[in-house]
Design a binder for this molecule. Structure first.
Ligand SMILES: NC(=O)c1ccc[n+]([C@@H]2O[C@H](COP(=O)([O-])OP(=O)(O)OC[C@H]3O[C@@H](n4cnc5c(N)ncnc54)[C@H](O)[C@@H]3O)[C@@H](O)[C@H]2O)c1
Length: 378
């Protein structure tokens, strides 16, 4: 096995999810590469050292530039807030490193385009962690659509609901709350949550032609953790938009952090000429399937428990009937990246693929401002 020496930047939620994937992938999948946890980087020396020890990283850094300069790192993994993605990716591309980057690729389309140009010029392998594509039930949905089982698609419906920012006392900015700071996050629920829904939609149903959106910021001012002052809130707390896909289907997308009772309710439903599909992150190992071609007597919604060995990824896990969870989507995505390196067929979404999501987000936010339908940049 060829060694692939990884330098991780950021040890928060995603730093842990990725580290787990780096460790698990070679245990469960057949790979030509051996992931080596070479270095982890974050600003707090004591905390990053403790993280390195816990997860088995050989070394640590407190400045991401130093990590990129090191010649014992083959792959840079960007798992830190959105405002750092571009600078890190540009530097890593210049240094000839492979790059994995968390979603959203960037804060805006133009920023993302700069990143795409840099990595394509450098010719380095790259991928963005839109992990929901690798939940086996979602991968199965993709397979069923690719096989033409739904026929012509009429409708796509997605939502991603949370409820963690309802309190007006919650500050914005700083550790754990950077998502509420426009300068760092780039946008609110649009780039954070709808970006996931859009990525899945583009993968399952093709390009989106135009959108018509509305956004709202329910709490207009919040104390900023870093300045200590009460400041205007610039992010969208909620966003809903209509979309027309290039294939003629109609869509609705909705996201909010103000849906009391919902923590991470990501759902989508697709209605085709012959069949419909529905999926729900809270029940992620099931795919709901309705096929009108079934015999009338027994026709109805089926709840497919996606755990059988002929269903995506499942042959490598336990025995049929035993389900897997959220973290496995990252194991699958990293596995696909490594298998893509071996086969020469890059795993999706690449930076270029993820840029399409960025352009949809830009068009949605523009439409919310202009209150008009906006075309999505191709
Ligand atoms: N794929 C997904 O489902 C998913 C889920 C959550 C977050 N994300 C994305 O992952 C990224 C990180 O989000 P998170 O939830 O892990 O955030 P987090 O706040 O939990 O962690 C961020 C990490 O970045 C580090 N960091 C901040 N500034 C740094 C700097 N200058 N140098 C080095 N490290 C620095 C912090 O120390 C922290 O370890 C974001 O882009 C986010 O949108 C993706």
């Amino acid at each position: 096995m060829k060694k692939l020496r990884i330098g991780l930047i950021g040890y928060g939620f995603m730093g842990r999810a990725h580290s787990n994937a780096f460790r698990k992938a070679p245990n469960f999948f057949d790979l030509e590469f051996e992931p080596v946890l070479q270095a982890v980087c974050a600003r707090d020396e004591a905390k990053v050292k403790a993280f390195a020890q816990r997860w088995g990283y050989a070394s640590h850094e407190t400045d991401w530039r130093k990590l990129i300069e090191r010649d014992d790192i083959d792959l840079v993994d960007i798992a830190c807030p959105n405002d750092l993605h571009k600078d890190i990716a540009l530097a890593a591309a210049k240094a000839g490193k492979m790059i994995l980057c968390e979603k959203p690729l960037a804060r805006t389309g133009p920023e993302g385009l700069q990143m795409v140009k840099a990595i394509e010029k450098a010719g380095v392998p790259n991928m963005v962690w839109y992990n929901y594509r690798r939940v086996p039930a979602v991968t199965l949905a993709h397979q069923l659509i690719e096989e033409g089982r739904l026929g012509r698609i009429f409708h796509y419906r997605a939502k991603f609901l949370q409820d963690w920012t309802i309190s007006a006392d919650l500050p914005q900015g700083g550790t754990g709350l950077w998502r509420l700071d426009l300068k760092v996050a780039g946008s609110g629920v649009t780039g954070d949550l709808l970006a996931h829904c859009i990525d899945t939609a583009l993968w399952l149903n093709g390009p989106i032609a135009k959108v018509n959106g509305m956004t709202e910021t329910f709490i207009k001012e919040r104390k900023h953790t870093l300045t200590g002052k009460v400041e205007k809130v610039g992010i969208d707390d909620a966003c809903a938009f209509l979309a027309r896909f290039q294939n003629g289907s109609l869509a609705t997308f909705e996201s909010t952090r103000y849906a009391r009772g919902h923590k991470a309710l990501y759902t989508f439903e697709i209605n085709g000429e012959h069949a419909s599909i529905a999926w729900d992150l809270h029940d992620l190992h099931r795919l709901q399937w309705f096929d009108h071609r079934d015999q009338g007597l027994v026709r109805g919604w089926r709840s497919i428990h996606v755990t059988d060995s002929d269903q995506p990824y499942m042959a490598k896990w336990w025995v049929p009937g035993l389900q897997i969870g959220y973290e496995h989507s990252f194991v699958h995505q990293f596995t696909d990246f490594l298998q893509g390196l071996s086969s020469g067929k890059p795993a999706s979404p690449t930076f270029r693929d993820a840029l399409a999501t960025q352009f949809v987000c830009d068009a949605v936010l523009k439409s919310a401002r202009t209150q008009k339908w906006e075309k999505v940049r191709a």
